[in-house]
Design a protein around this ligand. Structure first.
Ligand SMILES: Cc1cc2nc3c(=O)[nH]c(=O)nc-3n(C[C@H](O)[C@H](O)[C@H](O)COP(=O)(O)O)c2cc1C
Length: 250
């Protein structure tokens, strides 16, 4: 038995600054082809990846994700939820339509998500680093236009891979008492103590980290949700323009 996967996962951190050492095509292919072995809903493999090499498009995506290094550092992928391919394969109009409804819309986003986490793990196991960029959907329509995405595809994540230029500290996670329950949802008997315990660890982490150290508390972290909620209000409308969720009209 090996603890390698456990060690890798427990030393995970998102990397946002990369050296100039190139990630070879062979390494990229290894990361992607290994991550493809992640579970996939109904075995539909309802995702695709687009590598962005065009500097103009990379610059535009850097702007959308508000991360300057996205323009130039490492390699940049966009992970798509993709039922476009499966619809070509579907034999009947009813099956074609089923692939576009909420169930398979979610299936494609879930597939893209699991695939992306698998890429994170493989990347780190090879001594590289990565960051998942949900901020690609700060302007979903612009990404669709830039990448000429066909019907029944949507961007889910940007994914930047490279050799880490810096080694960020590991961010703490909630204690099991706050999130692992038995048989039914059960808030810890002393919720406040649990959260305070975590808040202290989180606060220490933010104060002690080498880069961008700051005074941060758990209660402050949810403020990010305000910004992203505002930016994602059009997402459903755009998903429907891409051909997903026709049942909303039924
Ligand atoms: C769905 C998702 C979207 C994310 N989007 C971004 C993003 O747009 N920009 C970014 O810098 N980090 C992004 N991250 C990385 C998170 O900020 C990071 O995972 C979290 O702060 C925990 O830190 P760690 O990964 O270093 O443990 C995203 C992570 C996930 C899972």
């Amino acid at each position: 038995m090996s603890e390698l996967v456990i060690d890798n996962l427990k030393s995970h951190r998102s990397y946002r600054n990369f050296t100039g050492q190139p990630v070879t095509d062979e390494t990229l292919a290894k990361i992607v082809s290994t991550a493809q072995h992640a579970p996939t809903s109904q075995y539909l493999q309802a995702y695709s990846l687009i590598e962005v090499t065009d500097p103009v498009i990379r610059q535009a995506i850097a702007k959308i994700t508000t991360r300057a290094t996205v323009a130039t550092q490492g390699r940049l992928l966009v992970v798509l939820a993709d039922q476009h391919r499966n619809v070509q394969l579907a034999a009947t109009p009813i099956a074609k339509r089923a692939l576009t409804e909420l169930d398979r819309f979610m299936g494609s986003v879930e597939d893209a998500t699991l695939m992306t986490e698998a890429m994170v793990m493989v990347t780190e196991s090879l001594g590289l680093g990565s960051v998942v960029l949900g901020s690609i959907n700060n302007d979903t329509q612009a990404v669709i236009d830039l990448l000429k995405l066909p019907a029944l595809t949507l961007p889910v994540f940007g994914f930047q891979i490279g050799y880490p230029a810096t080694q960020p500290e590991i961010k703490p996670r909630l204690g099991l008492d706050a999130m692992l329950f038995k048989n039914q949802y059960a808030e810890p008997s002393d919720y406040q103590t649990e959260l305070t315990k975590f808040d202290t660890r989180l606060h220490d982490y933010y104060q002690q980290r080498g880069d961008n150290a700051r005074d941060e508390h758990l209660a402050d972290m949810t403020r990010e949700a305000l910004g992203t909620a505002a930016k994602r209000r059009d997402f459903l409308k755009i998903a429907r323009r891409q051909g997903f969720l026709p049942e909303i009209d039924d």
